[in-house]
Design a protein around this ligand. Sequence first.
Ligand code: MD6
Ligand code: FE
Length: 205
Amino acid sequence: MMRREALAAGAVVLRGFAEPFAAELLADLDRLLVQSPWRHMTTPGGYRMSVAMTNCGPWGWVSDPTGYRYDALDPLTGHAWPAMPASFLAVATGAASAAGFEGFVPDACLVNRYEAGAKLSLHQDKDEQDHSAPIVSVSLGMPAVFLFGGRRRAEAVQRVPLAHGDVAVWGGPARLSYHGVLPLKPGQHASTGACRINLTFRRAR
Ligand code: MD6
Ligand code: FE
């Protein structure tokens, strides 16, 4: 059973939406990691990100000392990113529809791995060309506290626990909302061990 929790106009958490697909998503993730492995990117400010990342699909989100961008090639391998698995696409389009965003076809999936202590500071996703498409964010494994604010950094931030199988979707009036993830607590999850995996789907181009 899926529970729907509104965060704001245009933003919702679909509790457990991805749970039935979790085993397939994680098996497909293992296959794509052979092609484009985890790496810790560097921020434009020169810091090593605590979250390990990779991508799949036509476009991959990349951070390096020159800035943030979407790139068709994995800078680590020089090759195209792995294709987006059918299971990933199905969960992303299904969750978007359930959240009221019909016709969402992601062309980028950023995959994040949080280990104990890893965090993501409050930010907006604005490197995409098309802000009419939502962001679809699938949580697997260890739980985390997601921070969800407003369009301006100074606005109040909600603390939203995200567990295995939960999907957060934000678009429309919430598309440019500030968001982040608090440092992951140590622990173990049956499907991912000590880490949290997050699949973030976007329309980059
Ligand atoms: C999450 N990730 O891991 C949310 N945004 O739950 C993001 O919001 C994110 O990991 C932009 C770039 C990288 C990210
Ligand atoms: Fe983000």
